[in-house]
Design a protein around this ligand. Structure first.
Ligand SMILES: *Cc1c(COP(=O)(O)O)cnc(C)c1O
Length: 374
């Protein structure tokens, strides 16, 4: 059996900063600051600064940050929220949980983010907001999206779960809309060692409302202005994130190096399409996603060669059983529908050695050289 090439390597990631992480964990234990506390407060200040936002409200996970943001925006029953047809389900299940109706928009043909033309087409008098997702680490077309939002007085909630530090025309994602949500799930570009999330905003009222809602409806002990939820960041995760923040820019460069190498070694293969970077974007490569008509065959071949791959995501949101009630047909979202059977995510993580990248590409070349289209 050939040496395994993992999709991600969280063990190598931990080893690269083991002493610091262990020290940070020890500090939380000694201070018994398990839920919120000084490490969480420090993280919120640090993260707001890194994301170039005035306020950061931390919470239990990225899904909650979307929900909390929508509750603070005042989302209500009868309202409609626009979201891309291809994303992780958190983006849209939280719209429903906040009480509004999910309205799907197809993604663009060449990139995997929400199509501004679809946004225009789906706006009704019930539409209140847009959730662009910077999928795989590349910004959606925020220039056009912000123009549309302004024209129609819609709020914009950026789902930045996969795109920490990505930019569009030199501006960092998360700073375009009213509010941005982030996930620190362990495999994300900035990951905790458990679940964690945050929302950032420049609007103080929104930040206060989000903090209140996430903490049982009140920030002062014994006072509950509204009913809220319990979604707090714990001290261990905050201390770990505080260690990791300073490395994020370097890890992003490593991801960019690997992505460039993939594109260099894979472009020119007939039948395989490397990812496109839209003009003006700096991609942070949470995932490196190729497209091919022979996706399932290629994935099976790579598995035989002991190369792990992933499909993100194999069923576009409108076609999931969870959204059966909306009665969508494949032709309603032609790009998302085509992509779901063509996309394949290749291994990418900051510690990935170049020899692994080369081997993945060699295996892919071998696949196209030695197998025939069925
Ligand atoms: C990971 C992710 C989320 C949710 O984050 P969790 O921390 O896992 O709850 C939301 N949106 C997108 C696009 C994601 O990839």
């Amino acid at each position: 059996m050939k040496k395994e090439i993992p999709f991600n390597d969280l063990y190598a990631h931990y080893q690269s900063m083991k002493q610091e992480i262990n020290g940070a964990i020890q500090d939380v234990l000694e201070k018994t600051s398990f839920v919120r506390g000084p490490h969480v407060e420090e993280f919120e200040v640090n993260y707001a600064e890194l994301m170039q936002s005035e306020h950061c409200v931390s919470c239990a996970n990225g899904t909650d940050s979307l929900y909390i943001a929508m509750k603070a925006l005042g989302v209500q029953e009868g309202q409609e929220v626009l979201a891309p047809a291809h994303s992780w389900i958190s983006t849209t299940e939280t719209i429903t949980q906040a009480g509004a109706k999910v309205v799907f928009c197809d993604t663009e043909a060449d990139v995997f983010t929400i199509d501004p033309a679809e946004i225009r087409a789906k706006i009704t008098d019930k539409t209140v907001g847009i959730i662009p997702v910077h999928l795989y680490g590349q910004a959606a077309n925020m220039t056009e999206i912000m123009e549309i939002a302004k024209e129609h007085s819609l709020w914009v909630l950026e789902d930045c779960a996969q795109a920490h530090l990505a930019t569009h025309k030199g501006q960092q994602v998360g700073t375009f809309g009213d509010v941005a949500s982030f996930s620190f799930y362990p495999g994300k570009n900035l990951g905790a060692m458990g679940d964690a999330g945050a929302a950032t905003t420049n609007i103080k009222k929104l930040a206060d409302q989000m903090a209140k809602f996430a903490r049982h409806g009140g920030l002062v002990k014994g006072i509950h202005e509204i009913e809220g939820i319990n979604s707090r960041l714990d001290g261990l995760q905050a201390a770990i994130l505080n260690v990791k923040l300073k490395y994020l820019a370097g890890w992003t460069q490593e991801r960019q190096r690997i992505a460039a190498r993939y594109t260099e070694l894979l472009s020119g293969i007939d039948g395989l399409e490397c990812p496109t970077i839209a003009e003006g974007n700096e991609h942070v490569w949470h995932l490196y996603v190729v497209r091919t008509d022979r996706r399932d065959e290629l994935a099976a071949y790579l598995k035989e060669q002991n190369v792990q791959t992933s499909i993100n995501y194999p069923i576009a949101l409108p076609f999931l059983q969870a959204y059966e009630r909306l009665g969508h047909k494949h032709e309603d979202f032609p790009n998302a529908y085509r992509n779901q059977s063509q996309i394949l995510s290749l291994p990418i993580y900051p510690e990935m050695p170049d020899e692994f990248v080369v081997r993945v590409c060699d295996e892919i070349c071998n696949f196209y050289a030695t197998t025939k289209t069925k």
